[in-house]
Design a protein around this ligand. Structure first.
Ligand SMILES: [Zn+2]
Length: 427
């Protein structure tokens, strides 16, 4: 009898270990495949990470991996805890219950169940919108090199001259989308508070007046700028365009910071595209595509700082990539059906061929942009239509107040429908 019991006990122990092993084996395969598929663009980053029976490990350099000296390590049993730390638990639980259609009080903390309102189906949801670039006028668009200026050319079908600044289009789209989402009860945060404003709550010209000098001196003091560089930057030799290029990265970092501080359920980044092969954008072209970007596709050299390696780890260990594919996939489908513009395939632009990884959703590409890298949580980085397309530029040129432009209204509607389709998946 005793012997029998021992055999049963041994058998149970074996079953327990075996199931533990198979679960971990499943995770090891899943996360290793995920890195290869979405994160490691050139298949050259294997010396920076290891995913094995213990968990996920990140190394600062290949030499550190050889010595097994880890920089970050998440054991399998810590994976949920890590995810909860990255995304505040309350929002994540709420979001997953809402997305799958069952409003379970156990999943939603506080009074969110009591507040559920069928007339306001997005109440309780926090959405961040980043209207790309900053121009509120054509001159600033020129400074950013995010503008089009086509001369009137009746022979080639341009009855009027065209002046478009992308920052004005993205801001108007964001305002229209915000109105739609708020009407459904969502709480919406915009990184730019006014047309022409930057993420610093002021225009670029005001930032130059108020903050430029201090920022240069601050970076010099902290050792990030040499004295020569500082002196050059404060001299008249440093052009406004030079100052803008310095400002651009600082401002993108600010956008990611304020979005992460808002802790949204997801983020929508709005851009309008151009045909990169239409050199100099001196005349309209015929190409027109939509596409969306999400995080991933790290290149060799993209793991040079601890901050970047942390984001690499976050993308491996959270569902941010998986959810971004769903959000972006739903958006891309709506871009095509509502705007009547084709979705870009993986060979339709140089940066898609050379800097991106494809996903299982048509038109959704992993790309390691500053915002797709640093913004936490699911996101869609939309690049709707080509502004330099002959028909689009004529449509976008109408109305000085772009929120009244019919084409911009359609773009806002396409984002809105994409978001709704994403939220209704699985219901
Ligand atoms: Zn853009």
């Amino acid at each position: 009898m005793k012997k029998q019991l021992l055999v049963i006990l041994l058998f149970l122990t074996f079953i327990h270990c075996y199931s533990q092993d198979t679960t971990n084996q499943y995770k090891i395969n899943y996360y290793n495949q995920k890195v290869v598929k979405y994160l490691d663009r050139e298949k050259m980053l294997s010396n920076y990470y290891k995913i094995d029976k213990e968990g996920i490990k990140i190394y600062a350099t290949p030499a550190h991996k050889l010595n097994d000296s880890v920089e970050f390590k998440i054991k399998w049993e810590q994976l949920n805890e890590f995810n909860a730390c990255i995304r505040e638990g309350k929002n994540a639980a709420y979001f997953s219950s809402r997305k799958h259609g069952s409003i379970q009080s156990s999943a939603i903390k506080g009074d969110k169940t009591a507040n559920y309102n069928h007339l306001k189906p997005l109440s309780g949801l926090k959405i961040a919108i980043d209207p790309g670039h900053m121009a509120g006028d054509f001159e600033t668009g020129k400074l950013e090199m995010k503008s089009l200026n086509f001369k009137k050319d009746s022979i080639n079908g341009l009855p009027d001259s065209i002046q478009i600044a992308e920052g004005m289009l993205t801001y108007a789209t964001a305002i229209l989308l915000k109105e739609k989402l708020e009407a459904d009860g969502a709480t919406v945060f915009l990184t730019r508070q006014k047309n022409g404003y930057t993420a610093f709550g002021k225009t670029f010209d005001d930032w130059l007046k108020d903050d430029y000098k201090n920022k240069v001196e601050e970076l010099h003091k902290s050792g990030k700028l040499s004295t020569d560089k500082k002196n050059l930057m404060l001299s008249s030799k440093f052009t406004k365009r030079n100052k803008f290029l310095f400002f651009k990265d600082i401002e993108l970092a600010k956008r990611a910071d304020i979005i992460n501080a808002f802790n949204p359920d997801f983020t929508v980044i709005i851009h309008f595209n151009v045909d990169e092969t239409n050199t100099g954008w001196k005349a309209p072209g015929n190409k027109n595509y939509n596409m969306t970007f999400i995080g991933g596709a790290f290149m060799p050299g993209d793991l040079s700082s601890q901050e970047k390696r942390f984001e690499f780890l976050r993308m491996i260990a959270t569902k941010d990539i998986e959810e971004s594919i769903l959000l972006s996939g739903a958006s891309t489908e709506k871009f095509e059906s509502i705007l009547k513009v084709k979705t870009a395939g993986p060979t339709d632009a140089k940066y898609l061929r050379e800097g991106c990884l494809t996903t299982e959703k048509k038109g959704v590409y992993c790309r390691n942009l500053q915002l797709t890298r640093y913004i936490h949580g699911p996101l869609v980085y939309g690049e709707t239509l080509y502004q330099d397309n002959i028909n689009e530029c004529k449509a976008l040129n109408k109305e000085s107040d772009k929120t009244k432009n019919e084409r911009i209204k359609e773009v806002a509607e396409a984002y809105y429908s994409g978001i709704k389709a994403y939220l209704n998946q699985g219901q």
